[in-house]
Design a protein around this ligand. Structure first.
Ligand code: S3P
Length: 448
């Protein structure tokens, strides 16, 4: 796999923009793209995937599934074709699986390997090699898999799967769709019923797509709102044609940009609006953001809309911690919106942000300070004093720390800065949104 880490850092200064106008289309959803490749690779027969995100993280998943026996090709028309090996048919990879920067690839693939009679070594970049893996190795270990991890339980990490694995009932100790999904994927090749108990709802793309592929999946919600998600294995999956909707997490950068750059009126097409992902839109609306949902429809079993976003005077708020899981990846750019709001924005319950591609509370706090924003870093959130719509001073360089969403967030901040915002490295953007810089240039108008 080509690693951006192999080349020199690519710094860039982002300067003030005039109104953002026109219409853009965001690339395919990263979470759904990973799952589409993995489930297709577990079918016997051919699946076709349109709208797949062609970012480095998803390409790492494709490479891994190929290394375990699937045939995966991209057609000239951009449609991907997958010939799978069948549930139980994954082959032992000959080399280490290079996960690059991708936590989702790593944790979900560990689930797949865990219930197959194969051994795989997982490696990744410096960011991924710091991230906690015990959250998946604990439940997968209960199912019978064995692990050889680096000190601290991190990558590089070897997984030895067990067939037949042992079904478990597992209550998620952290609100994580990756942990939920790893267990559900392991369950596909595990005889008996495996149940994941989810006290706090997280993105449900795995459940939707597993059901679409014909897995015997049931979801029961008890009176307290706790979800019990069960799969009885081993089961076969039926090859599918899949359309991947646009990624709301990628759209978020342009939603915030259009809200804060004066005079903007931007349409962002093809945005996934699954309620387990759309918290950012809800919270920005609570702050006074004008976001209109047009052309609401269903794409690939997921709700989708085009969003018309107009520049708005935002007001600071206290973000309800209950909404955090549905906007967990959007906090970096949300903090930029908060920096432009009138008054103070208080966030809490964000402990998980400390174990993302970087420690996003610390990385955002240092970056905001570097561009002249008043910010207080707390253990589980940031408190940001907004400018009330005034331009931010700017400055930098901001340290990206191999985190794509930090780089894109400060690119957006640059659009409303007096002296520009210097981002130390834009290469990580390619993990999730390879066209981001081109789209930004397209909508940022004449003002440079
Ligand atoms: C993802 C789940 C979330 C999210 C990540 C993608 C997924 O991670 O932050 O970008 O596709 O399941 P957690 O499971 O760690 O919350």
């Amino acid at each position: 796999m080509a690693h951006h880490a192999d080349e020199a850092a690519r710094p860039r200064r982002f300067s003030a923009a005039s109104a953002l106008r026109g219409a853009i289309r965001v690339p395919g959803d990263k979470s759904i793209s990973h799952r589409a490749l993995m489930l297709s690779a577990l079918c016997v027969g051919e699946s076709r995937i349109s709208g797949l995100l062609e970012g480095e993280d998803v390409l790492a998943t494709a490479a891994a599934m190929r290394a375990m026996g699937a045939t995966i090709k991209r057609g000239d028309d951009g449609v991907w074709t997958v010939h799978g090996v069948g549930v139980g048919g994954l082959m032992q990879p000959e080399q280490a699986l290079d996960m690059g920067n991708s936590g989702t690839s790593t944790r979900l693939l560990m689930g797949l390997v865990a219930s197959h009679p194969i051994t795989a070594m997982f490696t990744g970049d410096a960011s991924l090699s710091r991230r906690p893996m015990a959250r998946v190795t604990d439940p997968l270990g209960e199912m019978g898999a064995e692990f050889g991890a680096s000190p601290g339980g991190t990558l590089p990490l070897m997984v030895r799967g067990l067939q037949p694995a042992v079904p478990i009932t597992y209550r998620l100790p952290v609100a994580s769709a990756q942990v939920k999904s790893a267990i559900l994927l392991a369950a596909l090749n595990t005889p008996g019923t495996t149940t994941v108990i989810e006290p706090i709802p997280t993105r449900d793309h795995s459940e939707r797509m597993l059901a679409g592929f014909g897995a015997p999946l049931t979801v029961e919600t008890d009176p307290d709102g706790v979800r019990h998600i069960s799969i009885t294995g081993p089961c076969d999956l039926r090859a599918q044609d899949i359309i991947v909707p646009g990624d709301p997490s990628s759209a978020a950068f342009f939603i915030v940009a259009a809200l804060i750059v004066p005079g903007s009126d931007l349409v962002i097409e093809n945005v996934g609006m699954n309620v387990t992902r759309s918290g950012i839109v809800t919270v920005l609306e609570q702050m006074g953001g004008q976001i209109e949902r047009l052309n609401e429809r269903t794409v690939g079993g997921e709700p989708v809309a085009d969003l018309r976003v107009r520049a708005s005077a935002l007001k600071g708020i206290a973000v309800d911690p209950a909404i955090v899981p549905s906007m967990v990846d959007e906090f970096p750019v949300f903090f930029i919106a908060a920096a432009m709001a009138q008054g103070t924005t208080v966030t809490s319950g964000l402990d998980e942000l400390r174990v993302k591609e970087s420690d996003r509370l610390a990385t955002m706090a240092r970056g905001l300070e570097a561009i002249g924003v008043v910010v207080e870093e707390r253990e589980d959130g940031l408190v940001i004093t907004g400018s009330g719509g005034a331009m931010l001073p700017g400055g930098g360089p901001v340290a990206t720390l191999l985190d794509h969403r930090i780089a894109m967030s400060f690119a957006v901040a640059g659009l409303v800065s007096t002296s520009g915002v210097e981002v130390d490295d834009t290469r990580p953007i390619a993990t999730s949104f390879p066209d981001f810089l081109a789209l930004l240039d397209q909508v940022r108008g004449a003002g440079l």
